[in-house]
Design a protein around this ligand. Structure first.
Ligand code: AMP
Ligand code: ZN
Length: 127
């Protein structure tokens, strides 16, 4: 299995470096945003830090500016993409979080219609 800490093959690092094309809707010194290639809602953007962080388990205080910026631009980008009446952010982490790409990314999902419930219940509550 590929070590997610090795960044040479990371698809989002390649997008950040401009080696793989993406329709960037936003870029600054810390983050980039682009549409998800397989949208799961009418508005579906990804906001990624330019620096490689495999998962939030790997985040440190040094990553605060990039991680903070991801949140700080989400509302503006959601509104500009047509989701001005609410949106959802999701960051999947690791196996249990169903993370597919091991470079931290925040999904920005929006309507216009309300999204489905946050999670489908996939466990049995203990009595
Ligand atoms: P996850 O790691 O499960 O949070 O999701 C990874 C997301 O990245 C999926 O929604 C993919 O559709 C998306 N994705 C993978 N490759 C690309 C790409 N080259 N451009 C845009 N989105 C991508
Ligand atoms: Zn990366």
């Amino acid at each position: 299995m590929t070590d997610p800490r090795i960044t040479t093959d990371c698809i989002f690092c390649k997008i950040a470096r401009g080696e793989i094309p993406a329709k960037k809707v936003y870029e600054d010194g810390e983050v980039i945003a682009f549409p998800d290639i397989r949208p799961q809602a009418p508005v579906h953007l990804l906001i990624i830090p330019k620096v490689h962080i495999a998962t939030l388990y790997d985040a440190t205080a040094a990553h605060q500016p990039a991680l903070g910026k991801m949140l700080a631009v989400a509302g503006k980008l959601a509104r500009e993409a047509g989701a001005g009446d609410g949106f959802r952010t999701i960051i999947n982490n690791g196996r249990v979080g169903h993370q597919e790409v091991y470079h931290v990314h925040m999904h920005v999902l929006g309507g216009p219609e309300p999204l489905g419930p946050m999670l489908q219940r996939s466990f049995s509550a203990r009595k």
